[in-house]
Design a protein around this ligand. Structure first.
Ligand SMILES: NC(=O)c1ccc[n+]([C@@H]2O[C@H](COP(=O)([O-])OP(=O)(O)OC[C@H]3O[C@@H](n4cnc5c(N)ncnc54)[C@H](OP(=O)(O)O)[C@@H]3O)[C@@H](O)[C@H]2O)c1
Length: 345
């Protein structure tokens, strides 16, 4: 890719993240964008176009500017494809991409967890695969309204010789705060650790904001966090700071009184009051969650290093129980969760 070419960017899995990133790129119009997604989203876009809602402004993108299809073969002429499906679907989608893409197509995994890029590399050994960490959150509202619910950058592990400059420029031109980093593993682990609370949000049904501002929920999250940090230390895994704050300090902050936490959060994050973790949405929609790629990853790492991670293991079991029950979020309150996790520890 040269810096002057008009890139063709594909989105594999136009859900919350894929729809937002693809929509932002399409809105700018400087690159060609093809989204591969479900019929329901395509119909919603055809009817009302696509809306990108940010904290202080909203952009509407006309349906004529958004190419959204179901057939992944339309990605065959892409220079770059963003893999935006849930982690449980990566292996299946990787096989599809292996049959469809040119060997020169760059694949960027925008997924949470630390393994998706490896799954993609295994299935597409000839293609450059770049891991990325999405530091912001997006929720879908009313069909094709993509609302950014948490601020943050999009961090990509680009290649060292500047081959990905055009891609980074395209993202920045589209208003996405793209950052380059090498290696990305410390950022991926930090994102994973910061997502350990997803299981708490899924099991409780509480909004992210309510969880952060409840001392009892913070005690549950701190239990999972401290256990994970001990495992990372023992395994020699280096995790980056979270928004400039070392993870051990984050754990200390979790244990402070709520008025102080409120001040810290106000300085660090913009959180939509209604935002809920996507694992909660998965339970509510009776879809498999990513818990094995988040808390489950801590359990696996602990096992590899002759340790236990009982609280994370217990919460993985609770989420799997809820998946199997198929009745949505079990709405367990903080006291109930704390008791269950402490009993396991
Ligand atoms: N949402 C966030 O704020 C956020 C933030 C940071 C990172 N992430 C990560 O980004 C990844 C995607 O999350 P998300 O929240 O965007 O998930 P999502 O809303 O479920 O989006 C994935 C979309 O891909 C579709 N899809 C799956 N396989 C497909 C196929 N073969 N053809 C066409 N469409 C297909 C899914 O449809 P079905 O549901 O019908 O399968 C779904 O609409 C996850 O790893 C997540 O952890 C998300």
């Amino acid at each position: 890719m040269s810096a002057n070419e008009r890139l063709h960017i594909g989105i594999m899995g136009a859900g919350a993240i894929g729809g937002y990133v693809g929509g932002r790129l399409a809105a700018k119009g400087a690159v060609e964008v093809t989204l591969i997604g479900r019929r329901t989203l395509a119909d919603a876009i055809a009817e009302n176009g696509l809306t990108l809602r940010d904290f202080d402004h909203e952009d509407r993108v006309d349906a004529s500017k958004v190419r959204i299809e179901e057939d992944p073969h339309l990605l065959s002429s892409c220079d770059v494809v963003f893999c935006c499906v849930k982690a449980g679907a990566t292996a299946k989608v990787a096989k599809t991409l292996a049959n469809v893409l040119q060997p020169t197509t760059v694949i960027v995994s925008l997924q949470n967890g630390v393994r998706n890029h490896e799954i993609l590399r295994e299935a597409l050994p000839g293609n450059p695969v770049l891991p990325a960490v999405v530091g912001f959150n997006v929720i879908i509202r009313d069909g094709a309204v993509f609302q950014r619910a948490l601020s943050g950058p999009l961090i990509i592990e680009t290649r060292p010789e500047g081959q990905d400059r055009a891609l980074v420029n395209a993202l920045r031109a589209a208003g996405i705060d793209a950052e380059e980093v090498r290696p990305i593993a410390p950022e991926q682990w930090t994102k994973l650790v910061s997502n350990l609370n997803n299981a708490v949000g899924a099991l409780s049904g509480s909004s992210t904001r309510d969880m952060i501002l409840s001392r009892q929920y913070r005690r549950v999250i701190a239990l999972l966090l401290d256990e994970a940090l001990d495992v990372l230390d023992r395994a020699g895994v280096h995790a980056a700071k979270f928004r400039g704050v070392p993870l051990r300090i984050m754990s200390l902050i979790m244990k402070l009184p709520t008025p102080i936490v409120r001040l810290v959060v106000r300085a660090q994050l913009r959180v939509d009051p209604e935002a809920r973790v996507s694992m909660w949405t998965d339970l509510e929609r009776r879809r498999p969650t990513e818990v094995d790629f988040l808390n489950g990853e801590i359990v696996s790492l602990a096992e590899k290093h002759a340790m236990n991670a009982p609280a994370n293991q217990r919460i993985v079991e609770l989420v799997h129980n809820a998946e199997r029950a198929g009745a949505g979020s079990p709405r367990m309150n903080a006291e109930m969760l704390l008791r269950r996790l402490k009993d396991a520890s």
